[in-house]
Each structure stands twice: as structure tokens, then as C-alpha cells.
Design a protein around this ligand. Structure first.
Ligand code: PRX
Length: 635
């Protein structure tokens, strides 16, 4: 026990209270003690949520990769930094030491520079979960280029939107990717996307599947020969603490995705400090987060957080159910994983399979379990606790967001007593507030409201790429001097937080944040569709699934409703990706609207959830009669 970073609840409260009473001193001490700075800051924090503006460690100079790599060479050169576990269990896993990772990142950084990438340029990374993904991320950071990783399950249209929004000059991709039994033509998707992206000058391509692909003359290059010729020496670019480190897109409730911009210094401090304390990482532990680096969880808790702490981090290319539902547990046994971090949707999917898939493997190495991405229901929590953790591993139910950069509310394992479905207490330095509809803070315990954060933390995203006004309007306009999360939460009688879910038009499906607007836009692209509205409804495995209410044109090209449903989902897959497909599509004569023309999603949500007994007052609707018609035909 004595090895734990925070040892008991008393110590947690002590440290927490200090972090709230004297935040500048607190974070300054953390920053001084644990990191390599080329120059220290002039000021720890300046902030103004009205503007909004947040700056941490002003005028400090650093390079995050010196902290992830170079710094460890003296003591951990031969320690494994990354374990790569391929999709196919018969393919050998790869162990990459800190020394080797340093060399590979330096070579990649030199390749980027030789291909015209300079500090501040944007590079889009569209890769499967292979070592080159982490290496590309770090190589960008090394030369000060801003990486924008796009999850390799997004469609060509979604990729093109993201590449253009931040004017990426380069795309790094692979010939293809493996997902379970499937092979995906990633390069083909990139080629289609780039027809719409005139700003991309170079495409670097990793060979992974060996699939036949097109290489466009003058634009596309294989990565391997370039790496072979590259020098293994690279001096890291000096970055200001407030220089952008990366852009990562997340869905909003309206319009195009938001490119959240994270900083170099503050993000580093927050990712590292949260990782160490929330996973209670010890020097020889093997840590595994099953997320994809295409999401913030992968950025902070596969790449940066673990490497900043000199940890061994496992990267898994595959899926939880291939070749069978025992795959996660086989990997835990094989690599003797100590910390395991996954999503409730994966737990629910695996809990549906026979428990023999878990019991077959020796999971005794596990010490700490984690979940992230959506509220975890009690059944899934219990299953995880009993079958995976054998009742002995504390579960960190970690609440946070792409925008927050790192974990915000979570138990500290072996310290905070857990209760299923509760994210429990705010992490050190985090000051949550619950707000009522009138904009007042709800004080005391045993209350419920909208979750805000009332003081900046080092990991907060600094802006939305190219749209600071949207950043202000989305996060700082709803409540004065507070960051609004978009989530609702309860605070129980002892002060534990339980996240109740989104209060805006974002729906979390299988842990993925999906905005209603872009999906509706995709549906409306279909020639036969006049208008549509989508809502979430409860789903056993995905948490929420999508239900579409669609008004068709009077003159339609086809009368075959099943065919139409298929085509609508094809449209969504093409525009966004398969993760946004609808489970149910109901054709309706109209949509319930307020007099100002806003769709009353509240009513549609109840109908979709088969809970339309009490719809509340619908007399203010422009067209109340349509509600009964929709209910009569509900699926
Ligand atoms: O609604 C919350 C939910 O996921 C949202 C953030 O999604 P994203 O930016 O994609 O980041 C996901 C990974 C950090 C939140 O606003 N969410 C995340 N974690 C939890 C959660 N809801 C409940 N409990 C959680 N542990």
C-alpha cells in the first residue's frame, strides 16, 4: 500500500484542499518536480472565462517529447515503452523499448521535416492502431507540428471535412487496416477524401496489410524507405507552453465538428499527473487502455500520460470479440496487464458472452480497472468487478471529455471507496459546480443540476480551431464565469458525483460522441427525404442507439421502405461512418415543432424509448396532432 501516490482519503482531501486554496502554487510545484523545461514560466496562470482565455505556465519553453522520451534514456533506455498487440493473435506482439522508440520518433521527425513540415503546420494522421500511429503523433510534437488524429473508422467525407477545417498539409495513413476478420481499404478512403482537399501536398503511407493501392505521383510516398534513409538524431523543437500541441475533433450539437486545440505545457502536466494518480502506476506495471488513439482517451492515456511517466503502455490493434469474446482477457494474461482501462460498451458486449471466456484466463495480474466514455450501468459495473476484477480491483469510473484533456472526476484506486455508477469525487485541482435553470449554483449535497467547472485546470482546451467565438458560445456563455460541460449530474449526500448524461443534442453511442445535426444533414442528403430528426434510445450494449424520424418527399423515387432505410444508413456511413448508423428509422408525416420551428426532441425521445405515457404539455406545439400519429406507428 505504501507505494501508492495518494495513500488514503485523508491525504486526498489534504492535497485536494491545497489545490483549490492555492492552485497556482499547487500546479507550480507539480510542474517543477516532474518535468523537463528548457525555460521556466514567468507566471503560472492567467485566466478570464469571459473572454475566454486560459494560459498556464506563460512563457515557459519545452518539448513534450523530451519529457516522453529523451528524459527516460538515462534510466529506462531498455525498458519497454510500447507493447504492440496485433489484431491477429497468431501474429507476434512487438516490444518497443524507450531507446528504440526515441530512435523511431527521431527518424520520423526528420522525415516530416524533409517533407516540408514546419513548426505550426497541421498534419492529419489517419492510421490504425499500429506503432506508427503513436510514433507519428510524437514525431509531429517533436518538430512542433500540430497533429490532428482522425479515427480511422470515419468516412472519406468526415475525413475531408477535418483535413480542410485545419488546412492540413500532410496526411499519414496506411495501405489498409485490420478489424477482426475485416480488412479496410484506408488508402482508398484517403484518396477519395483528398479529391476535396487541395491543401494536402504529401501523403505518407505505412505498409500494413499489403493490399493493392494507388499511389499518386508527386503526392504519395511509402514511409518505410524514407525512414530507412533518415537520420536517427533529431533536436526537438522548442515550444512555448501555450503553443498548440494538437487538434482533436469532437461532435457538437450543431454543424461541423469542433477542432479542440490543446496546449503543450498545461496538457502535459495534466495528462501526466492524472495518469500517475488515477491508475496508481508503479514502475514495473504493464498498463493497457483499449481505446483508439483517434479519441482523446488514446491521446492522454495511451500515448502522452503513460510515456510522460516512463510507463509500459499496450497498444491493441484488434477488437474485443475477435477471434472470440475472450480476446481482451487472453491479452491480459499474455502480457500480465496490471491496469486495464476500457469502455462500458465493451464491458456490456463481453458480459453478453459466456463467462467462460473470462474464466479461461489468468487475470491475477490485474490491480486497477477503469472505465470511460459514458455512464456505466450497475449490471455492467458488477460484472466487471466480479468477473474481471475478482472483487479485488478498484474500478475507476472516470468522467471527462475531449475538451478537458484529462480525467476530471474519478475515484482514486485504493483510496476512494467506490459505489457502482458513481464517478465519485473531483480529481485534484478540479472544482465542479452544479447549476440550476436560472443560472444559480446549487450548493450542498443531495442535489442535481447541470455540471460546470468553476476554475481552470491545466488540461483545458484553449480554443476551437479557427472559431474562438464558438468556443465561447459553447462552453462559457451558458453560465457566468464557468465552463459548462453539457452534462447533467447528481451530487449525493456524501458529495459523490454521478453523471446522468448529456443535456444537449449530443448522443453518446458506444462511448462515441455523436451530434444530431451532422447525422440529420446526412439523412437529408437522400433525394427522397424532406426532413429528419434523430434521438437516442436506451440500448443494452451501446448504451444509446439512434432512432430516426424521417419525413419523406411526396414525390419519392422508391416506395420500398426497407430499401429506403438501407439507403439512408448508407448515406450516413458515407458522410460520417458506420458508428453513426440508425438502429430504427420511422417514416412520419411531420415532426413536433414549437412555434418558433424548433423540433421538440424531448417528445421524440420519449416515443423512441417507448415511454410516451406522460408527454407533458404539448399544447404549445405548432402541430400537436402529429404526436399521436407518430406514436401510433412507433417501432
Ligand atoms: O457525457 C459525458 C460522457 O462522454 C462525454 C465526453 O465525450 P468525449 O469528448 O468523446 O470524451 C470521451 C472520453 C473522455 C461527456 O460529456 N462521459 C465520459 N466519461 C463518462 C461519461 N459519462 C458518464 N460517466 C463517465 N465516466
Amino acid at each position: 500500500m505504501s507505494n501508492y501516490h495518494i495513500k488514503n482519503l485523508e491525504e486526498y482531501f489534504q492535497v485536494y484542499n491545497k489545490s483549490v486554496r492555492e492552485p497556482e502554487t499547487f500546479w507550480e510545484e507539480i510542474a517543477e518536480e516532474h518535468f523537463l523545461w528548457r525555460k521556466k514560466w514567468d507566471k503560472v496562470l492567467s485566466w478570464d472565462f469571459k473572454k475566454p482565455e486560459v494560459k498556464w505556465f506563460e512563457n515557459a519553453k519545452l518539448n513534450i517529447t523530451e519529457n516522453c522520451l529523451d528524459r527516460h534514456l538515462a534510466t529506462r533506455k531498455d525498458k519497454t515503452a510500447i507493447i504492440f498487440e496485433p489484431n491477429d493473435p497468431n501474429e507476434k506482439s512487438e516490444h518497443i523499448t524507450y531507446g528504440q522508440l526515441h530512435e523511431r520518433v527521431c527518424k520520423m521527425a526528420n522525415v516530416l521535416a524533409e517533407n516540408g513540415i514546419k513548426k505550426g503546420d497541421r498534419v492529419c494522421i489517419y492510421l490504425p492502431m499500429i506503432p506508427e500511429l503513436a510514433i507519428s503523433v510524437l514525431a509531429c510534437a517533436r518538430i512542433g507540428a500540430i497533429h490532428s488524429v482522425v479515427f480511422a473508422g470515419f468516412s472519406s467525407t468526415a475525413l475531408a471535412t477535418r483535413v480542410n477545417d485545419s488546412d492540413c498539409k500532410m496526411v499519414i495513413t496506411s495501405d489498409g487496416s485490420y478489424r477482426g476478420k475485416k480488412q479496410i481499404d484506408l488508402k482508398g478512403i484517403v484518396d477519395t477524401a483528398l479529391e476535396e482537399c487541395p491543401g494536402v501536398e504529401t501523403v505518407l503511407t505505412v505498409k500494413r496489410t499489403g493490399a493493392e493501392i494507388n499511389m499518386k505521383d508527386g503526392r504519395d510516398k511509402w514511409l518505410a524507405p524514407l525512414l530507412e534513409q533518415a537520420s536517427a538524431t533529431n533536436i526537438a523543437q522548442e515550444m512555448d507552453a501555450e503553443d498548440p500541441l494538437f487538434i482533436l475533433y469532437t461532435s457538437g450539437s450543431t454543424g461541423k465538428p469542433k477542432g479542440m486545440v490543446h496546449s503543450s505545457g498545461g496538457y502535459m502536466v495534466f495528462a501526466a499527473y492524472t495518469f500517475k494518480n488515477i491508475f496508481q502506476y508503479q514502475e514495473d506495471d504493464i498498463y493497457w487502455c483499449t481505446a483508439d488513439i483517434g479519441w482523446i482517451t488514446g491521446h492522454s492515456y495511451i500515448v502522452y500520460g503513460p510515456l510522460l511517466n516512463g510507463a509500459t503502455t499496450l497498444m491493441f490493434e484488434g477488437v474485443p470479440t475477435y477471434p472470440d469474446a475472450g480476446r481482451f482477457w487472453q491479452v491480459v494474461e499474455e502480457h500480465k496487464v496490471n491496469q486495464f482501462y476500457t469502455a462500458p460498451t465493451a464491458i456490456r458486449a463481453l458480459a453478453k458472452a459466456s463467462v467462460d471466456f473470462v474464466n479461461k484466463y489468468d487475470l491475477s495480474s490485474l490491480k486497477v480497472l477503469g472505465t470511460v466514455g459514458e455512464p456505466i450501468n450497475e449490471d455492467a459495473w458488477d460484472w466487471y468487478n466480479i468477473n474481471v476484477g475478482d472483487g479485488k480491483c478498484p474500478i475507476a469510473d472516470t468522467w471527462w471529455q475531449t475538451e478537458t484533456g484529462g480525467i476530471m472526476i474519478s475515484p482514486i484506486p485504493f483510496v476512494t471507496p467506490t459505489i457502482p455508477t458513481f464517478a465519485t469525487l473531483p480529481f485534484i485541482g478540479i472544482q465542479p459546480a452544479l447549476m440550476d435553470a436560472e443560472g444559480n449554483e446549487i450548493k450542498g449535497n443531495g442535489v442535481q443540476g447541470r455540471l460546470c467547472i468553476k476554475f481552470p485546470w491545466p488540461g483545458i482546451a484553449r480554443t476551437i480551431w479557427g472559431d474562438h467565438a464558438r468556443y465561447r458560445d459553447t462552453y462559457f456563455a451558458a453560465y457566468q464565469d464557468k465552463y459548462f460541460t453539457g452534462d447533467g449530474a447528481k451530487r449525493d449526500p456524501v458529495g459523490y458525483y454521478r453523471i446522468t448524461g448529456r443535456v444537449d443534442d449530443v448522443i453518446i453511442v458506444s462511448g462515441h460522441n455523436l451530434g444530431t445535426a451532422p447525422i440529420e444533414d446526412a439523412i437529408n442528403e437522400h433525394n427522397d427525404v424532406a426532413e429528419s430528426a434523430i434521438v437516442g434510445f436506451p440500448h443494452d450494449i451501446k448504451g444509446n442507439a439512434l432512432y430516426g424520424f424521417v419525413i419523406l418527399n411526396e414525390e419519392r423515387e422508391t416506395e420500398d421502405n426497407d430499401q429506403l432505410r438501407k439507403e439512408i444508413n448508407q448515406e450516413i456511413t458515407a458522410q460520417i461512418g458506420p458508428i453513426a448508423k440508425l438502429d430504427k428509422i420511422q417514416f412520419v408525416p411531420g415532426l413536433p415543432k414549437t412555434r418558433s420551428g424548433k423540433i421538440m426532441r424531448r417528445i421524440l425521445r420519449k416515443i423512441a424509448a417507448d415511454d410516451a405515457k406522460d408527454l407533458g404539455d404539448i399544447s404549445t406545439l405548432l402541430n400537436p396532432e402529429v404526436v399521436q400519429e407518430i406514436m401510433d406507428d412507433a417501432l
